[in-house]
Design a protein around this ligand. Structure first.
Ligand code: EZ4
Ligand code: CO
Length: 404
């Protein structure tokens, strides 16, 4: 078999998605997600200008060799643009191989290790009463586990507050310049234990709760928050410190038994070397789309498994249903699955990307369609053109830029 065509489709059914479609001489096609929120066109160009010309004429079955050729052959390594582009190729080739075999991808990854894939959904509110309503809504939708985020008294706009799974904030970000959010670490640190106290009082001790600190704390601040939250028995505390400082987690770990998750902005296993080998975390957060695809993510999970660390694949609305489907196949197949983040998509996005995977009462299943089980409605995709959109910039009260 030979690759005879490949193209990049950028579409915006409410938010931007970048999709690679590879076609073979036998008529099989494969899809890969290359969406990098706020930097979409860079990945599109990387694929269009530098990767696609190298793919034409090659054997789509040689996934590992193609991956290594793109990674090592570029000489300039790692980084989100490069790794999202390689991920799209990797997933599209796995899609083709699984279709050629007539099997859903999870069967090529070792087969199912479980019946269904447990998820967590997002609850949020500008204040605690609004958050409690949001938690109630997620429970009614069937979510077995829930991430909680709230506004902080005195701050105007805080991460995660409108991210309730209905993609309400995507259109607000379609501006030529990033929106500005504000931040005060001390105010957040005073507020967050009250939030967990209120949610535990309302919903009891059994509901698994998660929280995302979104890289805003120093190691000693993170240690304080993780310690203060111990009585509430979190499922995990996510991204408590800026992710690139692996050694920082050593200090956090010494002070707390709150489980730690990190890695949604990581691109390669090297970002995890210290974290995994020293058992400084409990869950790895990388997404198929931003980590170079299914091939390296499977290797990461196997490395994590040796250290009793589980998966917690990043699943925001800015990963397309193509990237989500690839994640669900991995989730079903690997032994050390932890949890899958899932918020669902707008109706229009579901129509652009019809898929075999299902979400039923809080649990995902990849379905039995050969390949990854996602199609691209190219006419509908073409009718919704790219719109510039940026993630927010975060500033402290005196105007200093802070981690977002
Ligand atoms: O901010 O995907 O855990 N989820 C997250 C996400 C990220 C976005 C960035 O594009 O932190 O909401
Ligand atoms: Co996060």
């Amino acid at each position: 078999m030979k690759i005879v065509d490949a193209k990049v489709v950028v579409t915006s059914p409410g938010r931007n998605f970048v999709t690679l479609k590879i076609t073979t001489d036998e008529g099989l096609t494969g899809l890969g997600d290359a969406t990098l929120n706020g930097r979409e066109l860079s990945v599109a160009s990387y694929l269009q200008d530098h990767v696609i010309p190298l793919l034409i004429g090659t054997d789509p079955h040689r996934i590992e060799d193609t991956w290594q050729g793109l990674y090592r052959g570029a000489y300039w390594r790692r980084g989100p643009v490069t790794m999202a582009a390689i991920a799209a190729v990797d997933v599209a080739l796995w899609d083709i191989k699984a279709k050629a075999a007539g099997l859903p991808l999870y069967q090529l990854l070792g087969g199912a290790s479980r019946e269904r894939v447990g998820t967590y959904g997002h609850a949020s509110g500008t204040d605690i009463p609004e958050l409690l309503d949001s938690v109630r809504a997620r429970i009614a939708e069937g979510y077995p586990s829930i991430r909680i985020q709230t506004g902080v008294p005195g701050l105007k706009a805080v991460y995660g507050v409108h991210s309730t799974g209905h993609d309400g904030d995507a259109v607000a970000h379609q501006q030529a310049r990033p929106m500005v959010e504000d931040w005060d670490t001390a105010a957040y640190m005073r507020h967050i234990p009250e939030v967990f106290e209120a949610v535990r009082n309302e919903f009891g001790p059994e509901l698994p709760l998660l929280h995302d600190a979104h890289h805003r704390l120093t190691p000693i601040q993170a240690a304080r928050v993780a310690k203060d939250l111990e009585p509430y028995r979190l499922f995990w505390l996510e991204d408590c410190t800026p992710a690139e400082d692996q050694e920082g987690l050593r200090l956090v770990r010494q002070h707390t038994t709150t489980p730690l998750a990190i890695g949604e902005v990581f691109n390669t296993v090297y970002d995890y070397q210290t974290l995994i080998s020293e058992k400084l975390i409990d869950y790895v957060r990388s997404a198929v789309t931003h980590f170079g695809g299914v091939s390296p993510l499977k290797k990461l999970f196997d490395f994590a498994a040796q250290h009793q660390i589980k998966s917690g694949i990043h699943g925001p609305e800015d990963i397309s249903p193509v990237g989500m489907a690839a994640a669900i196949h991995l989730d079903l197949a690997i032994h050390n699955f932890g949890i899958q983040e899932y918020s669902g998509y707008t109706q229009l996005t579901e129509e652009v990307f019809p898929h075999a995977y299902t979400f039923t009462n809080g649990y995902l299943h990849p379905g039995e369609a050969p390949g990854i089980g996602v199609e691209l409605n190219e006419d509908l995709a073409a009718a919704h053109e790219y719109k510039a959109a940026y993630l927010p910039v975060n500033r402290l009260q005196d105007g200093t830029v802070h981690d977002w």
